[in-house]
Ligand binder design. Sequence first.
Ligand code: SAH
Length: 309
Amino acid sequence: MQRLDEFMGQALTAYYNNRDPLGVDGDFTTAPEISQLFGEIIGIWAVQQWIKLGSPSKFNLIEIGPGRGTLMVDLLRGTAHVTAFKNAMKIHLVETSEKLAAKQKEALSNHDVQWHDHLSTISSEIPSIIIANEFFDALPVRQFKYNGNEWLEHYIDGDKSAWQSIDNPPLKSNLPTPQNGDIFEYSETQEDYLTILSIYHGASLIIDYGYTKSAYGDTVQALYKHTPCPITDNIGDADLTSHIDFEWMSSYFENGVIKTQSDFLAQNGIALRYHQLNNPSLLSGYDRLINPSQMGELFKVLEILNLKS
Ligand code: SAH
């Protein structure tokens, strides 16, 4: 019998180590794979943060969970004309999958890049601009269910769920009084990452599918070849994710701002960039990124500016 987060951790390690899961032939598609505009607009955001930080002559440009490296390639191409920004950056990618790191090496072969297994090995002595797109949703979570007079924790026993009594679940302070059957999720791995992120002087951008107010709900899901399946099917071959609690996540920072992906992209000039490129083949991707019925409102952005040194 395994606790849900242990089960997810093992399944996800096997999953990411054995494949490139992105794209039509894989299990899911992400914003950078949908349109070059995504990485380009994040590049515009990054240059603005660098200016807010006082245009430092050295800074870390860090991406956590970079997939195929597409976002970084688009960001670097889109900002290549900002010479002082380009010359000041040290590029770091945090990636645990060797398979995807190899793809990233290929995509970024013209750039000087350092790879890491964890954010904590990157120096926080110089300012950092940190980007994580669909990274947090790929980390294991625990689940707790209220059964009327006590809390139970979700375990996986063979191919079944087994809920076991627990005395002190890590309750989130902003959740309302639970009703019978309410489930909440909590991730120690996410928390570790947030605690480390809060140490870095600079700016961070976290983008994920999620909700803006802490709430009850079972959001853990498995996706196999673009189709949902039970989490105990296709173990190690299906992608496992959860939705992100942005309110809880922003509580780790003094001045986090939460907005929709569509607002973030609009504020950073996606319409202007789209018209400037004047290429009709970019229309469907542009629409998918910002349309409220597509990714525009389901995906949220947490922007953090930490000017303390
Ligand atoms: N950001 C990319 C890929 C998202 S998929 C995009 O938007 O296309 C999740 C990414 O996080 C993959 O690159 C995966 O290998 C990586 N990843 C998953 N768990 C990780 C962990 N614990 N540490 C570092 N990277 C991880």
